[in-house]
Design a protein around this ligand. Structure first.
Ligand code: ATP
Ligand code: MG
Length: 653
């Protein structure tokens, strides 16, 4: 058996022994008495009896060995600023923030809603919350007042931490008026609002409720706030899913399980953090000039946002737990030009980069010369997650960077990858189109939707499901709604209690999985079940297709047919109707050749932009509704309202 296969088997067959060993990767105040309590399925409790603190593991623990190493670098190409904090400085800032939150009345178990742009204070606030045992609930900055209000009502925060404004594409986006409006709309009123004034937009502070961070910080420059040791099962935060398929779910996560899961993922999946013999060791003088800053555990650059799960796990907690330098980036990947990310990689000698296929597709539309200007040799690999990674996009970025491109598949619910390659355990080769193998701890099954039977043979299509207990780090429940947790996730397969990802997949003989789309996106054309993803993949192989979304719409004859909405790389191929028809014909022929005529879309419409969520995910549900001339439903998480307008015009409203 290969090293990884053996490692994986242990994690499933000797679950408690496996995770007890992983638990040693973090510091505990008191050790656990029981590794996993699964006496009340599907609710799993990890490291029962143990007490720890996330902030201690992310910050304080590193003071002994790496106090002067940069911990957090906040780069903004919106305000042209770069701020760097060593572990010692981060420790001081987090204590100031914690002291201020306490002064504002925040206690253990209270919620603090964080509605912030990508600035260092956002990370301070998250770390300060978990330091004192309060739960943070980060809401993506720039969500409109309505979305924010519903999240305030759900979390019932004692305090809100926010800022005067964010900035996007050089334009100031004021946050304070949105926050005021959201609080007015919400039935729950937070008693305190803490505001970071970046000097971008004027703010009116409401006396008694609103407080200025800079002045309160001054009052607490030297206040010592020790870490509050909490039960392993004490919730650390709540976070909403992206809302791609409907009403977002409030994911609640624990403390100890999450810390262990992240520490383990940094080691086994990202092959990062202190190596043997390097464990938090002080940098010695013999390291020589120029190497001091980047020696040690490496530099992690995740291009996500703290409003999403990737931001929680791999901008803030994961890299810091591993003693790495983490980079926080505010700005677009294309401003001032499409080379900006690679300039950061070169300047900070980034070793690990984490982004999303949607961002790579944005860069792919730009001149590749931007990338060639920079030396990106420090990179070990680029990890991509959030959406299916189509082969042409993977090939393009792999060729441009000359580093391994590693797809990883997971969900807000799980907090860390379900499927990928654990290169820290055993280096494995990437298979384009596949996010890889089941990760240790995840008992991944493919289930036949109608019979509930497990599909054990290779290349059979089924729902990707996970046998309980979910491993450490995964959601404990839906915030304040245990029934929704059970009913939404664990009851969809008839006759068995098993976690459904609501994604549809296939596994080859070597254990590599392929995600074929969401279960909602499976279409049935004259009795053939097809994943929209498969059709998209075949269309995006056409050289002039930059991006494509396929949805199934009702058809009197065939049950359903596929409809494609595509963005052309070269718009000149669409100058007139004849040209458009030619490209449409080429795309159809391409699908015929790769998948067969059953999968051929009935129409290929060309648009300039596809409807996406604020996290960059395709809103197929909205596309499908509009294509079927139905109401697209809740669009509060949508990025660009104009995107659906084009679609409406094309399909003839
Ligand atoms: P909601 O659950 O509210 O509808 P969402 O599912 O988009 O929103 P997330 O938790 O952000 O919320 O996204 C997880 C989903 O993203 C997965 O279930 C899967 O559909 C998709 N996904 C994530 N990573 C990958 C990947 N590497 N390949 C294919 N699909 C992926
Ligand atoms: Mg989901």
């Amino acid at each position: 058996m290969s090293r990884y296969a053996d490692f994986y088997r242990q994690s499933i067959d000797q679950r408690d022994a496996f995770w007890a060993e992983q638990a040693q990767l973090i510091d505990w105040q008191t050790p656990h008495q029981q590794v996993c309590d699964y006496s009340n399925p599907p609710f799993a409790k990890w490291f029962v009896g143990g007490t720890t603190n996330l902030c201690h593991n992310a910050v304080d623990r590193h003071l002994a060995g790496r106090a002067t190493q940069p911990a957090l670098v906040a780069i903004s190409t919106e305000t042209d600023t770069e701020r760097s904090y060593t572990f010692a400085e981060l420790h001081a800032e987090v204590q100031r923030m914690a002291a201020v939150l306490k002064a504002l009345g925040v206690k253990k178990g209270d919620r603090v809603l964080i509605y912030m742009p990508m600035i260092a204070e956002a990370a301070f606030a998250m770390l300060a919350c978990v330091r004192i045992g309060a739960l943070h609930s980060v809401v993506f900055g720039g969500f409109a007042a309505g979305s924010l209000a519903s999240r305030i009502e759900d979390a019932e925060p004692v305090a809100v931490v926010s800022a005067d404004a964010g900035s996007r594409n050089g334009k100031v986006v004021p946050y304070k008026p949105l926050l005021d409006e959201a609080i007015a709309l919400s039935k729950h009123k937070p008693s305190a609002v803490l505001l970071v004034n970046r000097g971008l937009a004027p703010m009116h502070l409401q006396p008694g409720r609103d407080h200025d961070w800079a002045s309160l910080r001054e009052q607490h420059l030297d206040t010592v706030v020790p870490c509050e040791w909490v039960e392993s099962t004490h919730p650390s935060y709540t976070l909403y899913t992206s809302g791609t398929t409907g009403k977002p779910k409030g994911v609640q996560r624990d403390t100890g399980g999450y810390a262990v899961a992240l520490a383990a993922s940094m080691k086994h999946i990202f092959d990062a953090g202190p190596r043997a013999g390097d464990s938090a060791a002080p940098l010695s003088d013999s390291d020589g000039p120029g190497t001091r800053e980047t020696r040690g555990a490496g530099v992690f650059f995740a291009t996500s946002d703290i409003g999403w799960v990737v931001g929680h796990s791999y901008i803030v907690y994961g890299p810091l737990i591993a003693g790495m330098t983490t980079i926080m980036y505010e700005g677009l990947p294309t401003r001032p030009d499409a080379g900006v990310w690679w300039s950061i990689v070169e300047k900070y000698q980034v070793t690990h980069m984490f982004s999303a296929p949607t961002a790579v597709r944005v860069l792919k539309k730009q001149d590749p010369a931007y990338l060639a200007q920079y030396n990106v040799k420090s990179l070990k690999a680029l990890w991509l997650a959030g959406e299916p990674l189509d082969e042409p996009t993977a090939q393009w970025i792999s060729h441009a960077l000359q580093v391994p491109i590693i797809d990883n598949y997971w969900q807000t619910e799980t907090g860390w990858p379900i499927l990928t390659l654990a290169n820290g355990v055993e280096p494995q080769t990437t298979r384009f189109g596949s996010p890889g193998k089941a990760m240790y701890g995840y008992d991944v099954k493919l289930i036949d939707e109608s019979t509930g039977q497990e599909l054990t043979g290779p290349d059979q299509k089924g729902v990707v499901a996970i046998e309980g207990p979910l491993p450490p780090g995964c959601m404990q429940t839906v915030w304040r709604d245990d029934a929704r947790f059970v009913n939404t996730y664990w009851k969809s397969i008839p006759g068995r209690l098993i976690y459904s990802t609501f994604d549809w997949g296939i596994r080859d003989a070597d254990g590599y999985h392929f995600i074929l789309g969401r279960t909602d996106d499976v279409i049935n054309v004259a009795g053939h079940r097809l994943g929209t993803r498969e059709i998209e993949e075949s269309i995006s192989a056409h050289p002039n297709i930059a991006e494509v979304a396929v949805v199934g719409i009702a058809d009197a004859l065939k049950g359903q047919v596929a409809i494609a909405f595509a963005v052309a790389r070269d718009a000149s191929a669409l100058v007139d109707d004849a040209a458009r028809l030619r490209l449409e014909g080429e795309v159809m022929k391409q699908v015929d050749g790769l998948l067969g005529a059953v999968a051929r879309p009935a129409r290929v419409y060309f648009v300039t932009v596809l409807p996406k969520t604020r996290s960059g995910k395709l809103l197929r549900r909205a596309l499908q509704a509009v294509a079927e001339r139905r109401d697209p439903g809740d669009l509060t998480t949508m990025e660009d309202p104009a995107a659906l307008q084009q679609v409406k015009e094309l399909v003839g409203e």
